[in-house]
Design a protein around this ligand. Structure first.
Ligand code: CP
Ligand code: NVA
Length: 304
């Protein structure tokens, strides 16, 4: 594995296979004693978080390590002190940094200047830990992610980007349905196309939600306005309306379709309550797997 996980593109197929094997091994062995004993994980967060903060903290704690949490505004990243200086200082005290920020280039910059591993805990560009945990969830339920039809509805955002990059590496048939101006950026689609050639994955972008949902084995959605985009909420609520995950959309999918959401959900916007809380929903399974996958990631990063 590379030193940092900034993007899904940092991982090879072999790395991903190794992570899935490690999750399986660690799930059967909940105590991991002293793997991280005497080591510190810094969580540097410029945005709020429930799942990422708690799952990283619990994972590291179960491995015997110590966590330090730096909340939005605590260190004045890029204002009180340049990102590179923060990276160099943190590297003298801590062993791993998990970083949540706005611009994707900020996490790239932190990783470049830190001598310790940096994990992207969400940027405006990607959410790699989320996508890895989600593919773990699909594997546990379907046995594989190869050839599975995964249909994503709504904003071509950070979660969508990491999912499509991972789909391309895993041979998944991914569909993305959303309004014309909110498709994933060409940069991500081009990166995915290169991997898809080798794995047989397909990435299809459409404005037609019914076509995307047809015979899908997994339906995924995320908020229509991510953290930092709240000012666009009213405009987006109108534009995204026809991409809502509801019972009408589900009628096009396979009867045992998995309903996925990274959470937090804006109930009644991108997804209705009956579907989010319904029998096909695996959202809490996804949330639990964040912890297992990040534990596997930290385990590998420590060179185990
Ligand atoms: N899915 C996710 O990353 O949740 P949080 O924003 O609560 O960490
Ligand atoms: N796309 C969402 C994901 C939250 C986990 C956001 O960035 O706010």
């Amino acid at each position: 594995m590379k030193k940092d996980l900034v993007s899904i593109s940092d991982l090879s197929g072999a790395d991903i296979g190794e992570l899935f094997r490690t999750v399986k091994e660690l799930k059967g062995r909940p105590r991991h004693g002293d793997i991280a004993k005497g080591k510190t994980l810094a969580l540097v967060f410029e945005k709020p978080s429930l799942r990422t903060r708690v799952s990283f903290s619990v994972a590291w704690g179960q491995m015997g390590g110590y966590v330090i949490y730096l909340a939005p505004g605590d260190i004045g990243l890029g204002k009180r002190e340049p990102v590179a200086d923060v990276a160099r200082n943190l590297s003298r005290w801590v062993d791993v940094i998990a970083f949540r920020t706005f611009a994707h280039k900020t996490v790239e910059e932190l990783a470049e200047h830190a001598s310790v591993p940096v994990i992207n805990a969400l940027s405006d560009g990607e959410h790699p830990c989320q996508a890895l945990a989600d593919f773990q969830t699909i594997r546990e339920i379907h046995g594989t992610t190869k050839g599975i039809k995964l249909a994503y509805f709504g904003d071509g955002n950070n979660v969508c980007n990491s999912l499509l990059l991972l789909a391309a590496k895993m041979g998944t048939k991914m569909w993305i349905a959303g309004p014309k101006d909110y498709k994933p950026k060409k940069k991500y689609l081009d990166m995915a196309a290169k991997d898809a050639e080798k794995t047989g994955a397909t990435i299809t972008v459409t404005e037609n939600p019914d076509e995307a949902a047809k015979d899908a084995e997994a339906i995924y959605t995320d908020v229509w306005y991510s953290m930092g985009k709240e000012k666009e909420a009213a405009k987006r609520k109108t534009l995204f309306k026809k991409y809502q995950v509801n019972s009408k959309l589900l009628a096009h999918a396979k009867p045992n379709v998995m309903i996925m959401h990274c959470l937090p959900a804006h109930r009644g916007e991108e997804i209705t309550d009956d579907i989010l809380d319904g029998p096909n929903s695996v959202v809490l399974h996804q949330a639990e797997n964040r912890m297992h996958m990040q534990k596997a990631l930290l385990y590998r990063i420590l060179g185990r």
